[in-house]
Design a binder for this molecule. Structure first.
Ligand SMILES: C[S@@+](CC[C@H](N)C(=O)[O-])C[C@H]1O[C@@H](n2cnc3c(N)ncnc32)[C@H](O)[C@@H]1O
Length: 246
């Protein structure tokens, strides 16, 4: 299946933005279908690793429809969610509004959802106690630049956490998993979102992304401490964790 969304280099941003603009309304449903609902569990793990303290300043990059940003806010963080897709942000803001209108609001304010580029963050150095990105790094023209920006805006003591598709170390499992991404996921995309190519893009982007081991290496090169990789589903998904100590 040919892919119309992957483009190398700087041309990527425009294509990726177009892709997410197109699928924004169906994004949450499709996430549940293609991961069998498991992305919720993996995101809970990210929030756990963030060790939110009341009033902590958190930044969620490539926040999309706001899953991680809203979950961090529920724990009491003061959250900024940043994404470059106006349509994804529209869904995130609507979810935030429903939370305010709903019964269990809690005391934490809603995230501030902001439009911007994860590779050029509009924040000063040393601004956040928690910096997360869920399924975003893989989409950047330069994932390295994304990690550098995460580190730049982190305060001493900050937790930096990346959740994304991974590359399983076991060859047989990797083949089965990539077959799921190559065949079932685009079929689900076609049936429920009217676009197979938007979902075929997941595998294409993953093939151009060096995944969990390279992200850990980059975190170490940036002198993050306590760098860890948590492989989920035998490495099909992964969480990279690091702490910034000045
Ligand atoms: C797969 S979605 C992930 C959404 C959400 N974090 C989640 O885990 O469900 C990727 C998001 O990254 C955003 N994105 C991609 N490149 C970006 C960039 N350079 N700057 C900001 N957002 C970007 C897209 O608009 C999209 O909302």
């Amino acid at each position: 299946m040919s892919n119309v969304y992957y483009a190398p280099g700087e041309a990527r941003s425009a294509r990726v933005n177009e892709l997410f603009g197109r699928i924004a309304r169906r994004y949450d449903l499709l996430n549940d279908l293609q991961s069998f609902g498991l992305h919720r569990r993996w995101k809970r793990r990210v929030v756990e690793l963030a060790r939110v303290t009341p009033g902590a300043r958190a930044l969620d990059l490539c926040c999309g429809t706001g899953d991680l940003a809203l979950a961090l806010a529920r724990r009491g963080a003061e959250v900024t969610g940043l994404d470059f897709s106006a349509q994804m942000l529209e869904v995130a803001r609507a979810r935030g509004q429903r939370r305010v209108a709903g019964p269990a609001v809690g005391s934490a304010p809603n995230p501030n959802f902001l439009q911007g580029d994860a590779q050029q963050l509009p924040f000063a150095d040393n601004s956040f106690d928690i910096v997360t990105v869920g399924y975003g790094l893989r989409n950047l023209a330069s994932w390295e630049r994304g990690v550098e920006e995460m580190r730049r805006v982190a305060r001493p003591g900050a937790r930096i956490i990346v959740l994304d598709f991974g590359k399983p170390p076991n060859a047989l499992w990797r083949t089965l998993y990539f077959t799921h991404l190559r065949i079932s996921v685009p079929v689900i995309g076609l049936l429920f979102c009217g676009s197979a190519s938007a979902y075929a893009y997941i595998l294409e982007s993953l093939q151009h992304y060096p995944a969990q081991l390279a992200v850990a290496e980059k975190m170490r090169a940036l002198k993050l401490k306590n760098v860890q990789v948590e492989n989920l589903v035998r490495g099909a998904m992964a969480i990279n964790y690091g702490e910034y100590a000045s």
